[in-house]
Design a binder for this molecule. Sequence first.
Ligand code: PAF
Length: 283
Amino acid sequence: MIVVETVVELRRRIRALRGLGKRIAFVPTMGNLHAGHLYLMQKAREYAEVVVASIYVNPLQFGENEDFDIYPRTPREDHAALEAEGVDLLFTPTDAEIYPRGREAQTRVEVPGLNNILCGAFRPGHFRGVATVVNRLFNLVNPDVAVFGKKDYQQLLVIRLMVADLGMPVEIVGAETVREPDGLAMSSRNHYLSAEERKIAPRLYATLCALRDQIAKHRKILPDLENKTLQDLEAAGFRPEYVSIRRQQDLEVPQQQDHRLVILAAAWLGRTRLIDNVELEIH
Ligand code: PAF
C-alpha cells in the first residue's frame, strides 16, 4: 500500500494510475477503522481495480461542543488494517492540505433541504462540513466510484444529491450497515459506551426493527407510531433526539403513494450519540 500525505503526491499517483487506464474506487474515512469500514473497502474492490482510501478527521463537520478533540485516532492500526485489506493507495492529509487557506476561508458546499432536517436539525453545519470535505476529496482523488455506508443514511443522500447537483462524474454506492452479533451498528463512537450502556445500545436497532414490523404488518404508517417508539427508547434508557419515518429517495415525509421507506433515529446513551436506520417497503 502506498501512503501519501500531500495533494501534489496524491495527484501524481492518480495521474499515473489514470495513464494506465485504471478504474478508481474511493472510500473516504475518519479512521479508527472497524469491520464496517473494511466492508466498504471490499465493496469498493468490486467496482474498480484500484482502491483508494483516505483518513482525515474533518474539523468542519464537528460542532463546537462535539467530540472532535477526543475522536479516536488510531493511525498505526488503521494502516495495518488497510494494508491487510489490499487497499492500494492511502491518503492521510494534514489540515493544511485539505484547507490550504484555512478552514474558515474554505469554500463551502451545502445541499439545501437535507442540510437542516433530522440529524442536521440537531447538528447545525454538520452536513455542510461533510459535503465540503467530500467535494474537495473527490476533486483530489477523481474517482470513478465512491462507497459510503448506509449507517449514515442522511450523509449518503447528501453526497448523492451533491454529486447530481454539481454534475460530478462519480458513481455513489451505498453499502449495507455492518452490525455486531447483538445488532448494534458498528461505529467508532461505540468506544465511548460504558459496559452498562453497551448492553443497552442494541435496543436502538431492536426498537427500529419492531417499528418496521408494525408498519409491515398494517401495510401503512399508523398515527403516533413515531411517538410510541420515542417512548420505548426512553423506557430503555436512551435520550432520543428523533425517530422518523421518511421516504428513501430524499428523506421527505412519505405520501400515500410512497412505498420505499426508511426509519431513522438518533439517541443519546450517556455521552454517546448513536444513530441507526432500517429500510422497508410496503405494498
Ligand atoms: O462518514 C465519515 O467517516 C465522514 O463523514 C466522511 C464521509 C469521511 C467525511 O469526513
